[in-house]
Design a protein around this ligand. Structure first.
Ligand SMILES: Nc1ncnc2c1ncn2[C@@H]1O[C@H](COP(=O)(O)OP(=O)(O)O)[C@@H](O)[C@H]1O
Ligand SMILES: [Mg+2]
Length: 325
């Protein structure tokens, strides 16, 4: 059946800026199947672009593993990565200007990557024509960037990304600068292309609306996978989306070592402290229960000051509670 195409395990990316270390990804586990269309959502700074750039071969992870189509991106040589980026990956950015060259026409922009890859002229013309048709841009083939609307510019970006017949299409906030109706059109185009060319498609966005177009939404929080929503089977059309009749099942994601994230809304509601008890129910499910004593201490000492001045050990509320027992 579905075969895993992108597999990231325990992926870590640390950026060093001067003396500071920013942990952008802290053990991200994501598997995306061949031909799947997936949305990755999360607030700004959660690590979405970092992950996409790693899949696209533009960034090297600090630790963990990432394979795409069986290719281990950490072991690839620079020359192999160049080839991978050129032949396997189509990238679409939020800003249209980053996707195309302003003084070329739509069709020249689409043909350019083929020329650079040394494709034969006749093949170039045929594929350009097919891409113009597939993206609904044939009538705009002689237009330049400034003569196109925002939605049309992103269609050109998508056609350019497909020029070298990639197996993987990556969009980083590709609808970020579009109004919601145009964004829906562009997402519908991603969906059409995903089905027509069997392209594995990953769209990163902070906009939950992406759920309209994809089969699965992965939510990333603080550089880790937190939850997944999966479209109920048999509900896959844009029409059912626009009519608002599609429903999703939401799951929490458990990583390889058994960690999961409890969403902040639920933590808030249940008022769970720093510890909980886990037990098995008769039905074989896992029950997570708050520890009453923790809540009482928390309530009695809401603002216990952090002790220590850097010279000695810092005594935090948490260690204090531990000693108290
Ligand atoms: N080149 C970089 N240098 C330093 N820090 C970075 C760099 N790129 C991203 N970061 C940091 O990594 C974290 C994740 O960033 P990013 O992947 O861009 O998040 P998102 O796309 O979800 O908004 C943020 O804290 C961001 O500031
Ligand atoms: Mg980003």
């Amino acid at each position: 059946m579905s075969e895993p195409f992108i597999v990231s395990e325990n992926l870590v990316k640390i950026f060093k800026v001067a003396d500071l270390e920013v942990i952008a990804l802290q053990g991200l586990d994501i598997t995306i199947n061949k031909g799947e269309m997936v949305g990755i959502v999360g607030t700004s700074g959660s690590g979405k672009s970092t992950f996409l750039n790693i899949i696209g071969g533009l960034l090297t992870p600090s630790a963990g593993t990432i394979t795409v189509g069986g290719r281990d991106l950490l072991k690839a040589t620079p020359a192999e990565l160049d080839r991978y980026r050129r032949d396997e990956v189509g990238f679409i950015w939020q800003q249209s200007a980053r996707n195309m060259i302003p003084y070329l026409t739509t069709e020249e922009n689409i043909a350019l990557p083929m020329t650079m890859a040394g494709a034969e002229r006749k093949a170039q013309q045929e594929w350009t024509k097919e891409l113009l048709d597939a993206t609904g841009l044939y009538d705009h083939r002689k237009h330049k960037l400034a003569q196109l609307s925002g939605g049309q510019q992103q269609r050109v970006a998508i056609a350019i990304a497909l020029a070298n017949r990639p197996t993987l299409l990556l969009g980083d906030e590709p609808t970020g600068e579009l109004d919601s109706a145009t964004a829906d059109d562009v997402l519908a185009l991603f969906q059409t292309l995903n089905e027509r060319f069997g392209l594995t498609t990953v769209i990163v966005t902070h906009d939950q609306q992406v759920a309209r177009a994809v089969n699965r939404v992965i939510t990333v929080r603080d550089g880790r996978t937190s939850s997944e929503t999966v479209r109920r089977s048999g509900q896959k059309t844009v029409a059912s989306e626009l009519a608002g009749t599609t429903s999703f099942d939401e799951y929490v994601v458990i990583d390889q070592v058994g960690r999961l994230q409890i969403p902040p809304e639920i933590q808030e509601k249940v008022q769970i402290g720093k510890r909980a008890t886990l037990s098995l129910t008769e039905d074989g499910d896992i029950l997570i229960k708050r520890v009453e004593a923790d809540r009482l201490v928390e309530q009695a000492m809401p603002n216990l000051p952090e002790m220590g001045d850097g010279a000695g050990p810092n005594i935090t509320k948490r260690t204090w509670k531990f000693w108290k027992r």
